[in-house]
Each structure stands twice: as C-alpha cells, then as structure tokens.
Design a protein around this ligand. Structure first.
Ligand code: CTP
Length: 405
C-alpha cells in the first residue's frame, strides 16, 4: 500500500525556464511513483514551456512561482525548510548564477536559500553558455558549497546544433537523486582537500603513427573527478588519451605515455591529500622509438618489438608518501580469480585501498556501469553492487574521507 503522504521523503522539484522543462515531467513521474512527495516549484519562465496544471496534476500538490501566493503559509521559507532534497531540473545558466550568488527574487530562489537539505542541479543550456567562465565559476562555487551539479549530456540541442548542454536523461537524474537521498550528505566532506585522479589509458609509441595502448575509456576516472568536485575537493585530473568532455571545475592535465603520466601525477601529488590511480598504465613500452614510420620489408620478417618496463607509479606513490597522511588508491582490472589477485596486488603495491573489478571483452571497458570490491590495507572489504560509475566513485571517496584525518 502507498505510504501516507506525511511519511514520504519530501522532494522539491525546481524547474527553470528552458525547453528541457518538459523532460522534468518524466523525472517528476519517477519520483512520485517511487514514493516521494514532490512539490514542484517552477519559475515564471518555466511556465512558458510547461503549464502549472501539468505540474499540479502530476505531483498532486499545489504549484506556485511567486512568494506572494498563499502568503499566510510563508511558503518562501517553509518549502525549503521542510524538504529532504531539492532538485533543479533543468537548471538554466541564469538559475545557476542566482543560486551561486544567493539571489532570491521568486519562490524557487527563496527555497534554495532556505533549504538545509542536499541540493542537486541538472543544468541544461547551449554549449557556449555552459562553457562560459561565468557559468563554470558558478558551478564550481555551488559544488564547493556541497551542491551536486550533474554534468550536462552531449548531443542535440534546441534547433540544429549539437554539443554539451543537454539535460541528462531523467532516469540518470533520478538515480543521482536517489543516491543523494540515501547518503544524506549535506556537508561537502572533501572541502579544502586536493585530490589527484588519473584516468584513461597510456599509449606507448612505436613510431609517429603507431602505439601500444589499451581499451580504457577513462569514464571511471572522470566519474571519480566529478564526484570529488561535487564533494568540495580541488581536483587535478591527469587524463591519458581520453575523448571525454572536461568535468566542470576540475583541473585537467592531458598526457600520452606512462612516463608523462608519472611526471604529471607526481607533480600534482606533492600537495595532494589523496591520489586515485584509475588510469590503465602500460607496464611496458617499446625499447626504441623510430622517428620515421616503420616500413614493411617484403624480403624479410618484421623485427620483434622489444619492450622495457615502465615505472610503477602506484607502487612509487605508496612507498614514498610524498605528503604525510596521503591516501593512495589503486585499481585492479582482473579477468579471473579476481579477489585473490586483488589481495596479492594490494600487498605488492602497498596502497591503502584497491578497487578490484572484473574485466573482459564485453565487461567494464567503455561501459557506463561498474561493479567492484574495494579492498583496504586494514583488511576491510567493501563490495559495491552493479551500478553507475558515479556510485562506485562515491564509495571510494567515502572510504578515502574516512582515512583522511
Ligand atoms: N599502475 C601504475 N603504474 C604502472 C602500472 C599500473 O601506477 N606502470 C597502477 C594502475 O593505475 C592501477 C594499478 O597500478 O591503479 C593496477 O595496475 P595493473 O597493471 O593491473 O597491475 P600490475 O601490477 O601490472 O599487475 P598485472 O599486470 O600482473 O595484473
């Protein structure tokens, strides 16, 4: 049976004035159907796209945009105070700016100022507006204060143009909301911390056109960078050969080879509280690099490729601890006997935490989801069920935060 309304988690769905407002109807439906009491607070501009009758009918609650409606109930204070979660979807550039600067000229912006619960923003706007330094600084400000700002999706925008700025899929926003409600994190627990994340896969060149590489997409490392930024950290992301958009508010350093990655990670690690090595670093590189393209010789067999070892960055970080108390996290992708290999690798590398996951032709590489066990040097084992890479990232940061003193 349906829970009484008073027992349901209270969610405020703020809707600002963008064409993606219609997609918020789907988010609203998912929230109400999964047992949340949702109060929709649209801005006046949002009502140009979807009318108050729709929001009211789908939520079963009254809808107001101004602080002057139902004044006796003091809605500009009450709605925010009583909420368990506020989610703004779509959040326009204007809404992010108002929220970052604490403006309060309508019911939604008043609600954002009075809310003491977690706040999630799902931005949607044209690429130029998203990339503008003003918007990026507003996003960084909101994240530093503990708000979760979801990265916009890349794809078709209003009209014929495409790029970054689409509202993420309502199902994805819903999952983020569920995760935030479950964790109940309101404090930016990594505020004031500097964390370094490596992501992607190194490429070891044979000649100017060929390399030895691997299949890592970098998505897990990017999810770690995004979630750390969302939890208030200053983040340096050392990205090896990724084709992903830069996460907002994150300092991205691009590298190609294992040696370049080592240099960038060690440099950033000098003042870091935690380093997470999510990159797939090549263990070996070709012993020689041909400055001209290697040509095939019809009259003889090809030369064998001679390999030399690359330095193990994770083992080096773990052994040297460039900063006292620094937490070092490794990743292990294994194809079989996953836990046994993981435990042995944790001991061998000497890191504090090792995220172990199973990979194969069709598993994990390039996927949106992941499943893992996080092994601790203290003997702990934290299984993370199949779910979005952000969810695994949040577990990693929970474990890192618990180890930071
Ligand atoms: N790693 C690293 N430097 C390397 C190789 C790996 O820092 N030269 C890091 C990776 O970023 C990852 C972890 O070590 O966090 C696991 O890497 P993996 O290659 O799986 O471990 P290996 O010790 O090489 O074990 P094996 O090849 O036997 O599986």
């Amino acid at each position: 049976m349906d829970k009484p309304k008073a027992d349901k988690p209270k969610v405020v769905l703020g809707v600002s004035g963008g064409i993606a407002a219609y997609k918020a109807c789907e988010l609203l439906r998912r929230l109400t159907e999964s047992g949340h009491d949702v109060r929709v607070v649209p801005t006046a501009s949002a009502l140009h796209f979807v009318g108050a009758a729709t929001w009211s009918a789908l939520s079963g609650n009254p809808v107001a945009t101004e602080v002057w409606d139902d004044v006796h109930e003091v809605p500009h204070v009450r709605i925010g105070q009583h909420a368990d979660l506020v989610v703004v979807a779509p959040a326009t550039a204007d809404m992010l700016a108002k929220a970052a600067h604490g403006l309060a000229d309508d019911l939604l912006t008043n609600t954002l100022l009075t809310a003491r619960c977690p706040v999630v923003f799902a931005p949607a706007m044209h690429t130029e507006m998203w990339e503008h330094p003003a918007t990026q600084e507003n996003v960084a400000t909101l994240r530093r204060r503990g708000a979760v700002v979801i990265e916009p999706a890349v794809g078709r925008l209003t009209g014929a143009d495409t790029g970054k700025g689409r509202l993420p899929d309502p199902a994805e926003i819903f999952e983020v909301c569920r995760g935030v409600l479950a964790r109940g994190v309101t404090a930016p627990d990594l505020a004031g911390r500097h964390v370094v994340v490596s992501a992607g896969g190194t490429r070891e060149p044979l000649d100017p056109v060929r390399f030895l590489g691997n299949r890592s997409s970098g998505k897990q490392g990017y999810a770690l960078a995004r979630t750390a930024a969302a939890r208030g950290a200053r983040v340096t992301l050392v990205a090896a050969n990724t084709a992903l958009p830069d996460p907002a508010g994150v300092d991205v350093v691009r590298v190609g080879t294992a040696l370049q990655l080592r240099e960038a990670v060690l440099k950033a690690a000098a003042d870091a509280d935690a380093v997470v090595m999510a990159a797939a670093v090549a263990d070996f590189r070709p012993a020689t690099y041909a400055t001209g393209k290697i040509k095939k010789q019809d009259d003889r067999d090809p030369d064998p490729i001679v390999l030399v070892r690359n330095p193990d960055v994770l083992a080096e970080l773990s052994a040297e601890r460039v900063r006292p108390g620094q937490v070092v996290v490794g990743f292990a992708a294994e194809t079989d006997d996953v836990l046994a290999h993981g435990r042995a690798k944790l001991r061998r590398k000497g890191c504090d935490l090792l995220v172990v996951n199973e990979v194969g032709e069709s598993r994990t590489f390039g996927a949106e989801d992941n499943e893992a066990v996080v092994l601790g040097a203290d003997g702990s084992e934290t299984p993370v069920p199949h779910g979005p890479k952000e969810a695994l990232a949040d577990v990693v940061w929970d474990l890192v935060a618990a180890r930071l003193t």
